[in-house]
Design a protein around this ligand. Structure first.
Ligand SMILES: Cc1cc2nc3c(=O)[nH]c(=O)nc-3n(C[C@H](O)[C@H](O)[C@H](O)COP(=O)(O)O)c2cc1C
Length: 402
């Protein structure tokens, strides 16, 4: 495995005594490891021990001039390819869920753009408390990966769920989260956001797509080592790290950009909400109501836009093509018809009328509709998690295609 930079954040639970073993396991797997601790974690394991096994200075305080003068907290957040919080106390899970930043670990966790893996460890009742469970749901929906806890005898004397996963299991999960270079060598072409079809010099026909789903796919593909081109309609989102972005406005511009990039692409994910129709003859100037007969509006003559997804599917080439179907009503039936009409490898259908799903939401409840009729219904997940699930299916599609 390629060397990854892992920041191990240790918080104040009994299982912190396993942190040195976790550092050794992560390093044996070829990772560079730095450790950050909460002040409470220092009660359970000595910073000097973690320094000795990691071979790096350990940070424990946010406001220590000596520590901050070494690798400062933002540099530490930027350094990491992956942040592993192990053990993760109930307290840090709550702080992560709510965005608190009142010590070194929680501040770095908020400042980093690296993916995060948490290994909860606590008393059974703390784990089962609705507050903790709600926090876990929040973190899961945000794309934080979770390993454990396991069931067994707990240090507090209780028996049940709450034991931290074993260091080897955490290291394996870290390798999966940070090291999924599964798409190295692939060129992923992603479309995102909606298009704007001009009516006149100031007005347009548009739709509610924010681009969040397509941007999440682009970010996840880049994280998995792909070379990523993102063709986006107007969006206010930050371009994900390592992604080449081409901004377009209309469906015709999107088609042109997509077809220009298509020959290189090995995977295409068409998450954009492309307008089906455009105004046949947009006015060069502004349509003025004063120039129209009283009480009447202009009549817009609409024509069909080209079907970019169908065109991609017809273009010869050995590539995986994944389409999106934003539907209301009978989701699966509509998606199945669209899949058959266009001939892509997988259709991701979402009911845009449902709360917590579709346009501008941070979460999405999607259904994968496969050629041949199989249907996979996913729970409501963060768009990052949905992106990961979509890209996980590429291997299945390739396996299925031999
Ligand atoms: C002996 C002892 C063991 C503890 N073990 C745990 C634990 O395993 N998990 C947990 O969530 N909290 C545990 N706690 C409580 C935390 O240490 C406490 O909530 C603390 O505020 C956590 O701080 P931190 O998250 O900033 O490290 C323990 C406390 C004591 C005194």
């Amino acid at each position: 495995m390629e060397q990854r930079r892992i920041l191990l954040a240790v918080t104040g639970g009994i299982a912190a005594y396993k942190a040195p073993e976790l550092v050794r396991t992560l390093r044996r797997a070829g990772n560079a490891v730095r450790c950050a601790m909460t002040p409470n974690a220092v009660q359970f394991v000595a910073p000097l021990t973690l320094q000795a096994v990691s071979g790096q200075a350990v940070r424990t305080q946010l406001f220590d001039p000596v520590e901050e003068g070494g690798i400062d907290h933002i540099a530490l957040a930027d350094w990491a390819d992956l942040v592993v919080v192990a053990p993760a106390t109930a307290n840090i899970l709550a702080k992560l869920a709510h965005g608190l930043a009142d010590d070194l670990v929680s501040t770095v966790a908020l400042a980093t753009r690296a993916p995060m893996l948490v290994a909860p460890a606590m008393n059974l009742n703390m784990w089962l408390h609705p507050a903790t469970q709600n926090n876990m749901t929040t973190l899961r929906q945000r794309g934080v990966r979770i390993i454990g806890p396991e069931s067994g005898e707990l240090a507090c004397g209780w028996d049940g769920e709450g034991r931290m996963a074993e260091p080897q299991a955490i290291a394996d999960a870290a390798a999966w989260v940070a090291g999924t270079r599964a798409l190295a060598g692939d060129v992923v072409l992603v479309t995102a956001s909606g298009t704007r079809e001009p009516v006149d010099a100031v007005r347009y026909l548009g739709n509610r797509s924010s681009g969040k789903m397509g941007f999440a796919v682009a970010a996840e593909a880049a994280r998995r080592g792909a070379s990523v081109v993102l063709v986006s309609g107007p969006a206010t989102l930050r371009t994900p790290a390592g992604v080449r972005r081409i901004d377009v406005e209309t469906a015709l511009e999107m088609r042109e950009a997509v077809l220009a990039e298509l020959p290189e692409a090995t995977i295409v994910v068409k998450a954009a909400a492309v307008a089906d129709f455009r105004v046949a003859r947009p006015e060069a100037g502004k349509i003025r109501k004063e120039e129209l007969p009283p009480d009447s509006g202009p009549t817009l003559d609409l024509v069909r836009n080209p079907d970019i997804l169908a065109e991609i599917c017809r273009t010869p080439g050995n590539r995986v093509v994944i389409g999106f179907a934003a539907e209301t009503g009978d989701l699966v039936a509509s998606a199945r018809r669209k899949l058959e009409r266009k001939g892509c490898d997988l259709m991701v259908a979402n009911d845009v009328s449902r709360e917590g799903s579709g346009f501008d939401s941070d979460t999405n409840a999607v259904v994968f509709v496969w050629p041949g009729g199989d249907v996979e219904e996913l729970p409501c997940l963060s768009k990052t998690e949905v992106a990961a699930q979509i890209l996980d299916r590429v291997a299945k599609i390739r396996g299925g295609n031999g």
